[in-house]
Design a binder for this molecule. Structure first.
Ligand SMILES: [Zn+2]
Length: 292
């Protein structure tokens, strides 16, 4: 009986001590999270939008001053917000994801549940069928943050299904297609990883590649594959940049916040400076590029 009483008293003392410790740590904000930066809040907003539809992304950009929305059909539409600077660059991202319901209507699955842990965003339910749509909501968030930079924004739909939005623009709006090709160059924010860029088979001049390499400290990842800028760049140079997502197109898709933030900050800094126009090369008969 005496032993039992001793244990009880000891338990009470330990519980009281634990409570006191927790209160003490709470007092000094040990458990309260740091307030999130504007960048992180914008990123989370875009990563939380349903991967099944591009609608919310389009709505968000359509609200911006000067926004022009083209097309009403999902996957075949785009929002264009012309910049105000004389030396404007065209900034490009796509709103759709590989889990778009307009592409895969039969997938009867729930939405993604965003979780942030260890510096990374991913789907809370990793056994779910879908990822978080960081490809390319990560790029959309960067464009949104650059909305007051004076550069032009172009948000496309249907990239994952053969650049449908970009082809829709090219085929139906030749005057817009012409206008966007007047930009100094195009930057798309839509590549996995944190360290490279691609110009695909756009015949860009070596000076343009050097500009991207040296100002953003990224390496050239070659020509393979294609994306929206391959359709859009007929008379201007263009590059697609790593934006910090990994394992895209799988339910294990994740985004490293630091990697994403780094490319956003570097690009924002670069775009504050005067930007020059980089001329595109022409292909000769042997299909080799030569400078004009
Ligand atoms: Zn993409």
């Amino acid at each position: 009986m005496a032993d039992k009483m001793k244990t009880k008293i000891l338990f009470c003392i330990l519980t009281a001590f634990a409570k006191w410790c927790i209160n003490f740590l709470m007092k000094f904000n040990f458990f309260t999270e740091e307030p999130k930066s504007e960048e992180q809040q914008v990123l989370e907003k875009f990563l939380s939008m349903s991967v099944r539809s591009s609608d919310k992304v389009f709505d968000e950009f359509a609200k911006l001053e000067g926004a022009k929305v083209f097309g009403t059909e999902p996957l075949k539409r785009f929002v264009y917000i012309p910049g105000t600077r004389d030396d404007r660059v065209l900034l490009v991202a796509h709103a759709d994801t590989v889990w778009d319901k307009n592409w895969q209507p039969d997938l009867n699955q729930d939405e993604q549940a965003l979780k942030y842990s260890g510096g990374q965003y991913f789907n809370k339910d990793r056994y779910s069928y879908c990822g978080i749509g960081a490809d390319d909501r990560a790029g959309c968030a960067i464009l949104y943050l650059l909305k007051n930079s004076g550069h032009s924004l172009l948000i496309l739909d249907g990239e994952e299904h053969g650049q449908l939005g970009a082809h829709f623009l090219q085929d139906n709006y030749p005057e817009i297609f012409e206008e966007i090709n007047q930009h100094q160059y195009a930057l798309q924010f839509d590549r996995q990883g944190n360290s490279d860029f691609k110009c695909y088979d756009i015949p860009v001049c070596s000076e343009f590649k050097q500009h991207i390499k040296s100002t953003l400290n990224l390496r050239d990842a070659g020509k393979k594959s294609r994306t929206d800028i391959v359709v859009l760049c007929k008379n201007m140079c263009g590059a697609n940049l790593s934006v910090g997502y990994y394992d895209e197109h799988t339910s294990c898709e994740r985004l490293c916040y630091k990697d994403w933030l780094k490319i956003y900050q570097k690009t924002a800094k670069m775009l504050k400076n005067k930007q020059k126009r980089y001329e595109i090369l022409q292909k000769n008969e042997n299909n080799e590029n030569f400078e004009m």
